[in-house]
Design a protein. Structure first.
Ligand code: SF4
Ligand code: SF4
Length: 352
């Protein structure tokens, strides 16, 4: 049972976004407006149907500018709010979440337990196949695809792409999951180009958590003790010594009244899908999924401490120069988005 209010709220938001995206992805190929598909890039008929507009590929310049505006908007949201795309919207994240939900639903007790894994894989294979059909349904009318599939008369290329996307969906989630995010995803690789010194990320508040260590249950949080928060230099020194005991020497044993709020329970590390220890500082491999934040909030609630020892926040200046007040990247992304939107409108109205 979840105890943490923060985790409950974040889970509800992620679930609502995932359900809305899944519904949109699987339903859009079926929807029609004025007798035309609502969204179909019909490659064989060389015609694009977009929410009531119909274009030929050679007249698709407005589409190019619209996609450019969407990319600039993604960069703007990323620099202002962090990797919300990765934690809430990315198909890899959403489908991995579906698979983990299946995992929980098929974790039976008793004699039925041995059927759980097989049932999970059969259900996931069916979802992966339907995902492949739905994806190809954005490029070829889906009614015709289903007809051809059920009459064993599917074209070679359509069959190839359905199988390709079904296998990619299946293997991505079963075998690769977050490895894709860390090592293959281009958006992940260009984060340092998009973000700036004020972009929020999931962080551990060392000034509150350090020095870490187990303690008897029942003492108050540092937020309610005279010790209060540490200064950033001391907190970072404890973090460094905990992360590198071979270089810095092991931390001494602290009395409970000197300990910070981190009980060194390891729940954040256990929850991380790529086994990062967020307490060692922000890593470029962190996909900001928030699993460590959820796990730590639960650990805080069990300890009767306030939640939020790990949370999404902008970096705090640790004794050095604060970041410049003028943020150049958000201005550039906003300008790029507005220019691309104007070009979308201008090119949409231009005679071809
Ligand atoms: S669980 Fe791991 S990947 Fe997810 S936000 Fe925490 S450190 Fe980053
Ligand atoms: S979950 Fe929280 S309390 Fe437990 S080790 Fe991680 S930061 Fe410390």
């Amino acid at each position: 049972m979840s105890l943490s209010q923060g985790k409950r709220a974040r889970t509800a938001l992620r679930t609502a976004v995932a359900l809305a995206l899944l519904a949109a992805f699987y339903l859009l190929p079926w929807l029609r407006l004025d007798g035309q598909p609502i969204l179909l890039l019909d490659l064989s008929a060389r015609r694009f149907h977009l929410f009531g507009y119909s274009l030929q590929p050679e007249n698709a310049l407005p589409l190019f500018w619209l996609v450019t505006a969407a990319a600039a908007l993604l960069c703007l949201v990323t620099v202002m709010c962090g990797r919300l795309w990765c934690s809430h919207v990315c198909p890899q994240t959403v489908l991995t979440r579906v698979f983990r939900t299946l995992d929980q639903l098929t974790a039976f007790d008793g004699p039925a337990a041995r059927f759980g894994p097989a049932l999970r894989h059969v259900l996931w294979a069916a979802i992966a196949l339907w995902t492949g059909i739905s994806f190809v349904g954005y490029f070829s009318p889906i009614g015709g695809l289903i007809h051809d599939l059920t009459h064993f008369s599917l074209g070679m290329w359509e069959g190839f792409w359905i199988v390709f996307y079904a296998l990619a969906t299946w293997a991505n989630v079963v075998y690769l999951h977050e490895q894709v995010c860390s090592h293959l995803c281009p958006y992940s690789r260009v984060q340092h180009l998009i973000t700036d010194a004020r972009t929020p990320t999931v962080r551990y508040i060392a000034a509150r958590g350090e020095p870490r260590g187990p303690r008897p249950h029942g003492g108050p949080s540092v937020l309610h003790r005279s010790r209060g928060l540490l200064d950033p230099v001391t907190a970072n020194d404890y973090v460094f010594r905990a992360a590198h005991p071979a270089i810095a020497g092991a931390l001494p044993k602290f009395n409970p009244e000197h300990l910070g709020d981190c009980t060194d329970c390891g729940a954040c590390l256990q929850a991380c899908p790529i086994r990062l220890d967020i307490r060692n500082g922000h890593s470029s491999h962190c996909i900001e999924c928030g699993a460590c934040e959820d796990a730590c909030d639960e650990a805080m609630v069990l300890q009767h401490f306030p939640e939020g020892l790990i949370r999404r926040m902008a970096p705090e200046p640790d004794g050095g120069q604060p970041p410049p007040a003028l943020r150049v990247k958000p201005l550039l992304f906003t300008a790029a988005m507005l220019v691309a939107l104007v070009l979308t409108i201008v090119t949409a109205g231009a005679p071809y």
